[in-house]
Structure formats: C-alpha cells, structure tokens
Write a protein of this length. Sequence first.
Length: 240
Amino acid sequence: MIKIHSIETFGTHEGPGIRLVLFLQGCNFRCAYCHNPDTINLLGGKDYSIEQITNLLEEQRPYFASGGGLSVSGGEPLLQAKKLLLLFAEVKRLGFNTALDTNGSIWTPDARKLIALADLVIFDIKQIDGEKHRELTGASNLAVLENIQEHDQLGKPFWIRYVLVPGWTDQESDLEGLGSYCANLKNLSKLEILPYHQLGVYKYQELGMPYRLNNVPVASTKDLERAKKILNKFVKNVVI
C-alpha cells in the first residue's frame, strides 16, 4: 500500500499534458516555505493499492492523449521508493507516462531504480548554497546536487524547479550559482522558477506549528523576471 496525502485529477503542472497527480505522505525536509506542512508526518495519509491507482488512471485515460499520465509528488515520494517501483512498473506496462517530482536527496538502491524508471524526473533545488540550504530546509544539499549530476548521465531529459523566496533564494549570487550549476547539465530540458506564496500559512495555524516566513512578501512578477534574466545567461529554457 502507498501512503497518499491527496490526489489531483486533471493536473497540468506536474509534468507534460494532463496528469493524475498523487501527493504522497511524508517528507525528510523541513522547508521554511512548505505550503503543505500536513504532508510532512510519515504517519498520516491514506493507504491506496496499486489497483486503486490504476483504476483512477484508466478513468482518466481519454484525457492523456497530449502526453499526460501519472505524476507522483510529495511530501517526498522517494521515501516510498520500493512501493513506487511496483506502481511505476505496472503503470508503464499499461501504457501510461510517468513523472516523479522529488527533492533528490535520497539515493538508496530503490530510489535510484525509481528515478531511472520514470519517464520524467522533476528535481526541486531549494538553494544552491549549502549553508543557506541547511538553514532553509534543515538538511544538506550535497546529495541533491550529486544525484542530479548522476541522473544527467543517463541521457534522459529532466526538469529542475526552484522556488523564488524574497530574501532567501533570490540573491544574485544564489541565482548565478544555480545558473552555473545548471549550465553543466547536458540533459536539463527546462528550469522552472516558481514564485513564493503564502497560500498554506493557515495550515500552520491549524496544526499549531510556527511559520518562519511571516514577514516575507510574496515573489512579484518583477522578482521573477529579474531572476529569469540572470538565469538565462546560463540556461536557455527558463520558465516562470
């Protein structure tokens, strides 16, 4: 059984085309800007069987003609890599496209097999600077960056996502560092910049959890355009 926090049908942001998106329960990062803090606890969520998930996919199959399929996000899906290997194998046998959205920090044998099996991997880089990354997420980014580089050697196109948080991830040195890192990735097909928002703040209040970014403004269109201009010096396909 796979622990799932929530399911989105007809998703359009977690990969190409229209997607069935599974948001899995459990995460090993503690990102200050996390907008789904209710996904962090490994003990939450609801159990779904592979058959239940494939039944949902079959119901949505007519809408996948544009290259859509199944996307698995989090939380952090690699925490359930062993179970997802079985799911992805069955989903691919049935002819569905698969996408995996991950922070890339887990590199167990099962995690590596799952990443190699997915048709598309979307890596979330939280911060390129190691010290700032630890402050932002509570964890190191060394494994993240090394694992992305290793995946690049497989020759399969992949995406990178980066959340632009004013005062936390938008410094010119951070963006230059991210761009320089990405410039050396041969199979990076898209670098996507997402704006920081405050839509999940109410969840912290409901859960009785402190929110560390109360005084941080949302990222504006001007902020995004500035970041794109810097990153375009290194990466051709930067999307906001």
